[in-house]
Design a protein. Structure first.
Length: 349
């Protein structure tokens, strides 16, 4: 791996999106979500995905100029049609709307339909937390799992995230997980690196356990916690697919394919903390919760206990200082993209 500073990587991704048809604001947002994922240490959702998103824009599967359109505007609740635009743009709109409605009503709920894949959910829930709210976001995803007991892909991993502020300049508490045992992007990352995946991640198309990432992609990703993960994924489909009035189940198309309308749906919720108790009191209680977690006696070999989201904050601090450790194969793929988009020279020189 080669370390690359975040700034030139962000500039390159932004320019790539601009050349693929996005306006400046959308290009900057979409690029930032990718670079931020790399800074947090989630390379499965980082700039590795940039060629996929560009390909979808170029094919017309994703509409570069689409803008969010209010379908329902009912106080605390909004339903938004994304017009097959970039999921990052739609999720950014949902953050602003959910927080605005929470300020007025104590809670803001925004359901999105006909959106696209938005990358890392915590990018958006952290923004809600920064606004003094508790944020929740879930999304539908293309089918990668079978319903529990089956062997045909009909259920997306349908990830979800919660975020809450801790106060005093501390990183927020953030949970961002897929309902599969592992995010499918990590299987794609292993395939790009030519690495085997661990046992227990996936079954092949015949329903047999596999450590071959290519066979896993063609087969079935296993849910977390057996039937529990499968059941949670289905319920997230109710919230993000069925409820917004859009595509659900096996009809969603993921970012891995250049063609095909995504149809992804999302549900964003913001809870205005100040409607429950003073924000300073909430921060103090959160800090007491964190202190209690960290005071627990550590298991053998464990140097420190982290609260959810703290490892990502540490990773960002380190990689902003030392550079992002970008795999050579990802760097090579981005050079190919630069050439295809007519960007001169080495984008990382």
């Amino acid at each position: 791996m080669t370390a690359i500073a975040a700034a030139p990587l962000l500039a390159f991704a932004t320019e790539s999106y601009r050349r693929a048809g996005l306006d400046e604001a959308a290009a900057t947002l979409c690029a930032d979500t990718l670079v931020q994922a790399d800074l947090w240490g989630h390379q499965s959702h980082g700039v590795m995905r940039l060629p996929w998103y560009v390909a979808r824009l170029q094919s017309g599967a994703c509409k570069a100029g689409a803008a969010p359109r209010l379908v329902v505007d009912a106080g605390a609740i909004a339903v938004v049609d994304g017009g097959d635009g970039m999921g990052q743009v739609m999720a950014g709109f949902a953050v602003a709307e959910a927080v605005r409605r929470a300020r007025a009503h104590g809670v803001g709920v925004v359901a999105l339909r006909h959106s696209g894949h938005f990358g890392t959910a915590m990018y958006f829930t952290r923004q809600v937390a920064a606004a003094g709210c508790i944020g929740f976001l879930t999304t539908t995803a293309s089918p990668s799992m079978a319903p529990w007991g089956g062997r045909e892909k009909k259920v997306g991993n349908n990830p979800w995230s919660w975020a809450a502020p801790v106060g005093e300049g501390r990183p927020p508490m953030v949970l961002d997980i897929a309902n599969s045992g592992v995010a499918r992007g990590k299987v794609y990352l292993a395939q790009k690196r030519g690495e085997a995946i661990p046992p227990g991640w996936a079954l092949d198309a015949g329903g047999r356990p596999t450590t071959d990432p290519a066979a896993a992609i063609e087969g079935i990703i296993l849910p977390m916690a057996a039937h529990k993960g499968s059941g949670i994924a289905v319920m997230m489909d109710v919230l993000a697919g069925v409820l917004p009035g859009g595509v659900f189940g096996a009809g969603v198309v993921g970012p891995y394919r250049a063609e095909g309308r995504s149809g992804a749906g999302q549900l964003m919720i913001a809870l205005d903390i100040s409607r429950f108790l003073p924000l300073d009191d909430f921060h103090a209680r959160m800090q007491a919760l964190v202190a209690g977690l960290k005071a627990v006696p550590r298991a053998e070999g464990v140097e420190e206990i982290f609260h959810p989201g703290e490892i990502e904050a540490r990773s960002e601090e380190r990689q902003r200082r030392e550079g992002i450790l970008l795999p050579d194969d990802t760097r090579a793929a981005l050079r190919v993209l630069a050439g295809a988009l007519g960007q001169d020279g080495d984008p990382f020189a």
